[in-house]
Design a protein around this ligand. Structure first.
Ligand code: ZN
Length: 259
């Protein structure tokens, strides 16, 4: 009986204690933003990451999922939520699939010549409406200098926020019609300018992939907002202001704060 009780005690879920101290060091080393967050936000981010890890299912494809991977994914995704307590923890996306590297599928298609072809799709990340978030670890694991202000995790979880109002249109839930109208005005102007620059082959601060459609523009603008906030505020002030109001955060001010 004693042995059985001990086994049952061991199996009972433990009350969640504080997040392990090593997580803060890991996020400080692996992200550009963590070290610059004010202390209360750092603590809140660690608590959110802990809840994220406890409630999401992590899957590995060609790679074993480690605690380090979970902490980096959770700590980055939850950065988006620091000023959005009303939206929960990405409720439409309970699963995270971590792929070793880029992934895809082979699609059978009939070409203009009537012949059958196999087209191989390749993705670094993917957010599925009411489905998993897929991430290529080889991209996340690249040194910051190689990422050039891009952040795959922020990108895919920005899509997850976009999903919350039921439309994948680059507009997350906004409180009022006036806010939505302002958002539409600013983002459609930015989309036109990014398309024109991409067509002309001009370098842009925003990833030209954002010119694909409004949903991608919101995702790449979110990456830039958190990874290169001072530059974004300087060069795209209205876009920065829209994102700052939506996210309830002002990362350009904290980025200029001495660490
Ligand atoms: Zn995307």
């Amino acid at each position: 009986m004693k042995l059985l009780r001990r086994i049952l005690d061991a199996l009972r879920p433990k009350a969640a204690g504080p997040p392990p101290a090593a997580w803060a060091d890991l996020l400080a080393a692996r992200t550009t933003f963590f070290a610059r967050l004010p202390d209360p936000q750092r603590e809140e981010l660690l608590r959110l990451a802990q809840r994220f890890i406890a409630t999401k299912r992590f899957w590995g494809n060609g790679i074993a999922v480690t605690e380090e991977m979970k902490v980096v994914v959770a700590g980055t995704a939850c950065l988006l939520l620091l000023g959005l307590p009303q939206h929960g923890l990405f409720p439409r996306n309970p699963d995270v699939i971590i792929h070793a590297r880029d992934f895809g599928q082979v699609v059978q298609a009939v070409g203009p010549d009537g012949q059958r072809y196999e087209i191989r799709e390749s993705n670094l990340g993917q957010a599925i409406y009411r489905g998993p978030i897929r991430l290529a670890w080889s991209t996340i694991d690249a040194p910051p200098a190689h990422r050039r202000g891009r952040n795959l995790i922020l990108h895919e979880y920005a899509h997850a926020l976009d999903f919350l109002n039921g439309l994948i249109d680059g507009t997350p839930p906004l409180e009022t019609r006036q806010r939505a109208a302002e958002w539409a005005r600013v983002f459609s102007g930015e989309l036109q300018r990014l398309r024109a620059a991409a067509d002309a082959g001009q370098p842009t601060l925003l990833d030209p992939y954002g010119a694909t459609n409004p949903a991608e523009l919101f995702a790449v603008a979110t990456e830039c907002f958190f990874e290169q906030p001072v530059e974004l505020r300087r060069r795209h002030a209205e876009l920065y202001a829209q994102l700052a109001t939506f996210y309830g955060q002002d990362p350009a001010s904290t980025a200029e704060r001495p660490v």
